[in-house]
Design a protein around this ligand. Structure first.
Ligand code: RBF
Ligand code: MG
Length: 190
């Protein structure tokens, strides 16, 4: 079956943009290990909670939390994970970057907790648990779905990434990069 075409409006439409920030927490560790599509887990907040569950796109920017102490924490699976607070982020990893976001229950995995996960469309050298991420959610792509195979889920995520890339190249979406810049700069002065 082919997937229906996603129509992205030529302007950012209400309730978008949604701008917020949070500290990246540890998830299940499935994104990188099982799907080869790493996601940064974003703490759920009221703004995101009010959105329908589904897949969204926008911009994001990472900021190291230099004043925080590095150390171990436990992942959702109870695995020991080193939190470097984004200390190793460098170069263009610190720029405003394109992202796709999944909000919901991950029906394919049957999570018991509603989560918000950001896949940043860039390859990183190191992980960045504990770093701050500012996001601007600009649009909706599709609802969350269940799949018969992991491969089908991966294929759909790759299509989401292609759709997001195309949308963010449109002038109305490209210029909203500034929202994330403002948000991350206001964080630095908080
Ligand atoms: N999980 C689902 O169960 N159904 C989905 O339709 C789904 N779509 C996703 C789309 C994107 C762009 C991303 C980044 C993730 C999506 N996920 C979905 C979540 C995926 O299962 C999750 O990131 C991994 O299990 C790691 O927690
Ligand atoms: Mg994750």
């Amino acid at each position: 079956m082919t997937r229906p075409k996603t129509l992205i409006p030529d302007r950012v439409r209400k309730p978008f943009p949604i701008v917020c920030s949070g500290e990246i927490v540890c998830g299940f560790g499935r994104g990188s290990a099982e799907l080869a599509i790493p996601t940064a887990n974003f703490p759920m907040n009221e703004q995101l909670h009010s959105l329908d569950t589904g897949i969204y796109f926008g911009w994001c920017r990472l900021t190291p939390n230099a004043q925080k102490q590095d150390g171990y924490t436990a992942s959702e699976q109870g695995k020991k994970v080193w939190v470097n607070n984004g200390r190793q982020l460098c170069g263009d990893e610190l720029e405003v970057l394109p992202m796709v976001m999944s909000i919901g229950w991950n029906p394919f995995y049957g999570n018991e907790k509603k989560t918000a996960e950001v896949h940043i469309m860039k390859q990183f050298e190191h992980n960045f648990y504990g770093a701050t991420i500012a996001i601007a959610v600009l649009g909706y792509i599709r609802p969350e779905l269940d799949y018969t195979t992991k491969e089908a889920l991966i294929r759909d995520i790759h299509m989401d990434i292609a759709i997001a890339k195309e949308a963010l190249a449109m002038a109305a979406y490209a210029e909203e990069k500034a929202l994330v810049e403002d948000e991350s700069e206001s964080l630095a002065s908080r």
